[in-house]
Design a protein around this ligand. Sequence first.
Ligand code: 4UU
Length: 543
Amino acid sequence: MTIYSSPYGGIETSTAPVHVGLLKKIDEVIKKSPNKKAFVDGADPSMFLTYSELKEQSLAVAQFLHNRGFHHQTACIVLPNCKEFFSFFLGVSIQGGAISGASALFTDFELERQFKDSRCTIVFTDEGHLEKVRKAVKGASNVKTLLVLSSSSFVPSGTVSWKEVVSTPIDRKRQPVRVNVKEDVVLLPYSSGTTGSPKGVMLTHENFGTMISIFIKSRRTVEQQGGTKKDWDQESMLLFLPFYHIYGFAVICYCMMEKSTAVVLSSFEPTVYLKCIQDYKISQLMLVPPILVFLAKHPICSKFDLSSIKSIASGAAPAGKDICDEVMKRYPHIEFIEQGYGMTELSTASHISDVASRKKFGTCGKLCPGLQMKIVDISSGAILPTGKAGEICVKGPTVMKGYLGREEATRECIKDGWMHTGDIGYCDAEGDLFIIDRLKELIKVKGLQVPPAELEDILLSHPSIQDAAVIGIPDSKAGELPKAYIVKSDPKLTAEIVYNYVKEKVSSYKNLNGGVEFIEVIPKSAAGKILRRVLRDKHQSKL
Ligand code: 4UU
């Protein structure tokens, strides 16, 4: 019986609100070099935000919110990555509120669901996304304020402009809003967890603040082990992972804590991405496996000088050995590719690679400081010994408070403080974790979550569909793609109709690009649960 503790040692649980720690670092930078850039637009270097501007914007946002009576509420952000994202987050956090990020690719249908469920009172978007946000807000009466980022001076009716918000006069003597670090939620990202549709993951100041400390401590440990010492404040980090996802957001916080400069990309655009690596001499890439495929295979990569890259950190989905080998062969100056493992419900990472992990292929690294882990038998729940594979369970200060308004779903995955991840893996004698399978139904397309239950709900709302099941099938580029099995009630129903029906309602990465197949009956257990394994085997046998 093995309950693992972290080889990195313990961690001091965060006792200060998240914005306090971040503003302290920001102040340190301002004192030394007030005009240091915090954020630069990767596509246009003339667009940037200094550390001083970041602080002033954050205080102005907080003051604006205060003037409107906003405190301890939730604000949704519907924006592609941009340099204003973080000022808004800090302002909301100063007011004791929580940020709930939504993908800018979301349809009005997906947005309305998140606006309602999160009970947000403010939505921050830009001109390009305003129309669908307005549609979504119609169904969510809890949204009182629409904040719009725009490049022109035109302010659309019924909205407040970002320019007005950041020019709010700041009362610097105002009493800070009280934050209960253990209880108050600072982030409310959406995740389907082990089952069902997306749910609001309540991450408290203690959860996420401790996560930030964990990143810093792990890096320091790696340096002590002899890993390359990094002067992040002399370098830039390239931020293209979506900020609404916990991985992308954690990287911004890491960047600010390390007093670095964030080169922000609104989305992954190959030429801009490669040009930024070249121009900013990026030394470490933080990415998801599909970008490894791009780096390994795409001819365009040869047109740029990528010799600055020394290491790659990958997470959010498994990185294949062949692809990693190809990357290392194509770029001999890269010293290692390492993986991290984690999930939204664990505030980002529960496992980070150290110097020894980097030498082993396929590991996601070692348990983060301050956490405990056990690996349990899938059927009996018994704790398994080292080397045996089972469900990974993690306990510690970064385990979410719960799913907003879903006590039962919370109880199903957190038992006695142990977060049941729904991932299957084993730990070797050195404490390195290997993920071998996913027990839960979640599909990951390019590292992004696609909950099958969400697509099944949509499919079942079609009058000609009697029953439906969605599974993830392997794809060399995206990692996985969603495929639907359909039982039709109308013989005229075609795969194209089914595909387009889903396409209208969800963002493009959730489209049924793995195909639509008609079958007689969806295989189910006696309790009525879809037997996804049977469908996966069925798909496999056809190949
Ligand atoms: C196999 O994707 C994330 C978190 C990613 C992350 C990023 C940087 C982890 C560590 C890090 O350093 O969160 P979610 O909630 O979107 O998805 C969580 C799920 C996991 O349960 C697992 O199934 O994503 C999968 N996953 C991985 N699978 C995450 N990391 C890995 C991995 N290998 N390295």
